[in-house]
Design a protein around this ligand. Sequence first.
Ligand code: SIN
Length: 301
Amino acid sequence: MTVQGAFKVRKLTGHIGAEISGIELSKAIPEADKAALRDCLARYQVIFFRDQHLDLQQQKTVTEIFGPALQLPYVTAMDSEPEVIRVYKGADEKGGVFGGDWHSDFSFLERPPSGSVLNAHTLPPHGGDTLWASQAAAWDALPAPLQELLLGRDAIHVGKPYGVKWAPPVNEQSGAGIKMSRGDPTADEERRHPAVLQNPVSGRRMLYLNPTYVTRLDGLSEAESAPLLDQIQRHVTRPEFCIRHSWTPGTIAVWDNLATQHYAVNDYQGHERLMYRTTFSGMSPRAMAAIPEKPGQAAAE
Ligand code: SIN
């Protein structure tokens, strides 16, 4: 446990996650503490605050500690709060769950969110955990040939769950509790982002890949990319790079969306779960591209 500014920080695993205590997010936060919270997010990639019970206005205020709150396409926001998505699964809903596979939020946008905030409201009696994986720790431990293949190379991202060409089968789609625009051909548009990012402040490099939205690596076909992306994804989600969070009502999680992937566990059939999600903007992935330091490090075409 360390004391940072007015609050305490408890690191939760070797590579990712910290719990912050001794702070009431519903109260005004001094600028120095806001800066310390941004530092914590950069260092731990996902941070948790238990027992906060924020209303939506308070959640937006907390979101803006980290960056301007965003309105996202394809998922219908709350009428009263256009920056808030109601992540709800009803007790009678079958099939998939929103965020129920490894992803970084909306990485297929030209300016994906820099981070997200999840506010636990109603929880099932068991299950409904969320996992995060550190793409920074995964980069550090990635075998050198794969690092060389990825550094300086783009990956192609597509809004597959919302589009036509790659849309998931109906029985895997999340249910009626969350309103998504599906079958929208604009979501099939390909976007290129660097496969490896570098934090401009810490200099730390991180993968920026995920199986929900990435279709291939630039310069390779989908068929050529698939075994490589599968191998990298198995590496990213090794348990030592992950944290699994068991929610309690009123907990707030804030994560660095460019440094992590996350996964909502769909194991609470017959029970309802309600979370409120906001996202915030920051640097574009392109502005954070990791640049090869010597010619041999450039991705081969
Ligand atoms: C999300 O993918 O943002 C939702 C995560 C969750 O509901 O646990």
